[in-house]
Design a protein around this ligand. Structure first.
Ligand code: AMP
Ligand code: GLY
Length: 417
């Protein structure tokens, strides 16, 4: 029956893709999004509540008879949105604050993986600059240095030189530009990366389709790390055998380990994996849908996403069905991103393209669509092959006019060129 009322918390491309998938559900009657953006506003009713304003969100869910709340960003999880909703007897899809530590604390994740034999890079944790620097100097390059805490993907430096490594350690441990913290120094893993998102519910794991992100800002995987500049799904080098290994040796054991540790995980368990010569290994876990991976994965979901969320909350079985179609999405970002950038430039033509356009950071004023963030929109092409999907994405981007955007034209290059 089409009678469910859903609240999606968040405002980026990931939330637009979640809203889009929910709008295809035969059960969903009404979708709200807090706070949403100009694109989401075409498919959901946007409400002006911030993603960490948990009390206002609880109040909204109660007074609007919301059947299910779906959490997008980690910031909401980090302030305990799930714990609060559960206290109030409200249904919510997303892990508790304690379970979300698998993303918010690198050390928590590392300890868990060591204890339960989940394949990952070896590591040491440090709180002081001197011992960290001594350790790094005595190891081969590149040095992988991670700030332990939420840093939205920017707290990781893969240093190719000792000077760069020293600067990163100073930045994280002496200058306190990230706040007082710890760092984890890791073994460098060599191989192609892929993102394996699973809906997890206690010991149950429902795998989603594979995707690959492109984290660097510029073509040829150059430049600074970003939130992600493009993605595609499926991922040809993830063979059935690799997928099976990743599911049975990484994702399922991790879900079980969380239960054994007393912090059962309900939500999207995102495995950021590297395919090494010894098989896939974990570089990071996230406690939420990936962005921009979600924008190429959810359009391939043919079964009802509401049912999947619902099943996860109740720990019941749920089969998912996936389209064979390929999706490839390119992020249009504001010039200057991931550094400082301007806002308010007009975007024309994005409404009438063939590709699906998910809005990431947009606003609408006086009927004009404007840039309002670092990552502005994701243009997702589809086709029988990734090459076809890429062509559609590029054809569509060529029709979008905005002077202050840039994008990478090489999304998918690792498997297409
Ligand atoms: P993370 O935020 O942990 O995903 O790290 C950001 C990026 O740094 C990853 O997507 C990888 O490209 C790279 N990276 C992180 N850890 C490692 C590692 N141990 N070995 C190789 N590359 C890594
Ligand atoms: N695409 C990487 C992330 O969502 O963290």
């Amino acid at each position: 029956m089409k009678n469910k009322r859903v609240l999606v918390v968040g405002s980026g491309g990931r939330c637009h893709a979640i809203v889009d998938a929910l709008s295809r559900s035969p059960q969903v009657m009404k979708i709200y999004c807090a706070p949403g953006n100009a694109g989401i506003a075409r498919q959901a009713e946007c409400v002006n509540i911030g993603v960490t304003d948990v009390e206002a969100l609880v109040e909204f869910a109660k007074s609007n008879s919301i059947d299910l709340t779906v959490v997008g960003p980690e910031a909401s999880l980090a302030v305990g949105i799930t714990d609060r909703f559960q206290q109030e007897g409200l249904r919510i899809f997303g892990p508790t604050k304690a379970a979300a530590q698998i993303e918010s604390s690198k050390e928590f994740a590392k300890r868990l993986m060591a204890k339960y034999d989940i394949p990952t890079a070896s590591y040491e944790a440090f709180e002081e600059f001197e011992p960290a620097w001594e350790y790094v100097k005595g190891r081969p390059l590149p040095a992988v240095i991670k700030y332990d805490g939420l840093a939205a993907g920017k707290g990781v430096v893969v240093a190719e030189s000792y000077e760069e490594a020293e600067a990163a350690l100073k930045d994280m441990l002496l200058d306190e530009s990230f706040g007082k913290g710890r760092v984890v120094v890791e073994e460098f893993l060599d191989g192609p990366e892929f993102s394996f998102m699973c809906v997890a519910s206690g010991e149950k794991v429902y795998p989603l389709a594979m995707a690959q992100d492109h984290k660097r800002a510029y073509e040829g995987d150059k430049g600074p790390n970003t939130g992600g500049m493009g993605a595609y799904s499926p991922v040809p080098f993830v063979t059935e055998e690799v997928r099976e290994f990743a599911l049975e040796k990484i994702m399922r054991p991790t879900a079980k380990a969380m239960v054994a540790e007393g912090v059962p995980f309900v939500g999207v368990l995102y495995g950021g994996l590297i395919l090494t010569t010894e098989g896939p290994k974990v570089i990071e876990f996230n406690a939420r849908f990936g962005d921009p991976e979600t924008e190429v994965v959810l359009p391939r979901l043919e079964s009802d996403i509401y049912d999947l969320f619902d099943a996860a909350i109740d720990q019941r079985d749920c089969a998912t069905e996936w389209s064979k179609e390929a999706m490839l999405g390119v992020v249009l970002a504001s010039k200057g991103y991931p550094g400082s950038y301007g806002k308010g430039a007009e975007i024309k033509g994005s409404e009438s393209v063939e590709a699906t356009v998910y809005h990431m950071g947009t606003a609408e004023r006086e009927g004009k669509l404007l840039t309002a963030g670092g990552r502005v929109m994701m243009v997702v092409g589809r086709g029988e092959s990734l090459a076809e999907a890429r062509e559609m994405a590029h054809r569509s981007i060529d029709k979008i006019e905005c002077e202050s955007l840039f994008h990478r034209r090489d999304i998918g290059h690792k498997v297409l060129d």
